[in-house]
Design a protein around this ligand. Structure first.
Ligand SMILES: [Mn+2]
Length: 322
């Protein structure tokens, strides 16, 4: 929070994008240099928090998620080794460049067009620090649009997207907001940033969601058919002929029995092991990912969903880093 006299806000408004970029240059440079100095890896995951909740149509609690997820990643109740044996406390596996200061930027009067640009630029700065690859901590699902846009622009072509969610998030606009968390995949597809978009876990979809899915050639795997589709989903091979694979995980893809701390509680979802089976067995060069829509304000008192989000981040890290 800036504590400045009002007229200083307009000055800040002009320089905030530059300032923000500078902050990230400094942070990502040091992390990238560290990983390069240690050497021996071709891809190292770097966390980037985007604490943005105002594009949600319902609750804004996901803005508070990134610090809760980090806390859970390093919680003493579990060790730093992923299921398949990657060591998270090795910076060649996992680094962290901090958060985009979303609220401070908005406090300066910056609108969403520019804010989305700042998020994209921040992602590109991380990607510019080879071998860092961004794993973005949301935030509501609106952040996936500027993140995927940046990944595609930086790599010079579309990616394939594996999108785990109860909802397709593909409305042309929702309640008049083209940046709504319910519209991010419409922006991604109309921008040409993805070749294939596979949506898995879908169980809350309107007729517009189906029509938009057809319009953009989206492969929608609905939960009601999961028993039939399981074999396909647990043996995916994606990204051949494009720049790589992006994974977007909305925590509400999980059944609320596994992850109650979400804004949109939708029964009939995936189990945590279903999600891990899909991720562990996926054959792909994963170039970036996000974990979104964890809402700490709806979590259990002992932070159960924070641990769930953190384990998603840990296992995605293992998938990206190599
Ligand atoms: Mn969702």
């Amino acid at each position: 929070m800036f504590l400045l006299p009002p007229k200083r806000y307009s000055e800040l408004n002009h320089i905030v994008s530059t300032l923000d970029s500078l902050i990230f240059i400094v942070l990502s440079l040091s992390q990238g240099e560290l990983v390069r100095a240690l050497g021996g890896v071709t891809a190292a995951t770097s966390l980037l928090g985007v604490p943005l909740g105002h594009n949600s149509s319902f609750l804004q609690g996901p803005a508070f998620a990134p610090p809760r997820i980090r806390e859970a990643i390093w919680c003493g109740s579990t060790n730093a080794t992923t299921e398949e044996g990657k060591e998270l406390n090795d910076p060649r596996v996992l680094t962290d460049v901090g958060d985009v200061p979303v609220q401070e930027i908005r406090d300066c009067g910056v609108d969403d067009d520019r804010l989305m640009d700042v998020i994209s630029e921040s992602v590109k700065l991380v990607m510019g620090e080879n071998p860092l690859r961004p794993l973005v901590l949301g935030g509501d699902h609106s952040i996936s649009f500027p993140v995927v846009r940046a990944v595609s622009e930086k790599l010079g072509g579309p990616v394939d997207i594996l999108h785990l969610d109860a909802h397709p998030d593909i409305y042309d606009a929702f309640e008049g907001n083209k940046y709504s968390h319910a519209s991010s995949f419409a922006r991604i597809m109309e921008g040409g940033y993805a070749r294939r978009l596979l949506q898995v876990g879908i169980r809350s979809i309107s007729s517009e969601g189906r029509e938009q899915g057809k319009k953009y050639g989206v492969e929608q795997f609905e939960m009601r058919n999961f028993s039939r589709d399981r074999h396909i989903l647990e043996n995916l091979k994606l990204g051949e002929g494009v720049k790589g694979v992006y994974i977007s995980v909305d925590v509400d893809c999980l059944d609320p029995a596994f992850a109650p701390g979400v804004s949109h509680i939708e029964p009939g979802g995936l189990s945590f092991r279903d999600v891990l089976n899909i991720l562990h067995n996926l054959q792909a060069d994963v170039v970036a990912a996000d974990v979104v829509e964890f809402n700490p304000q709806r979590d259990t008192v002992d932070g159960m969903t924070a641990m769930v989000a953190a384990k998603l981040v840990r296992e995605l890290t293992a998938k990206i880093s190599k």
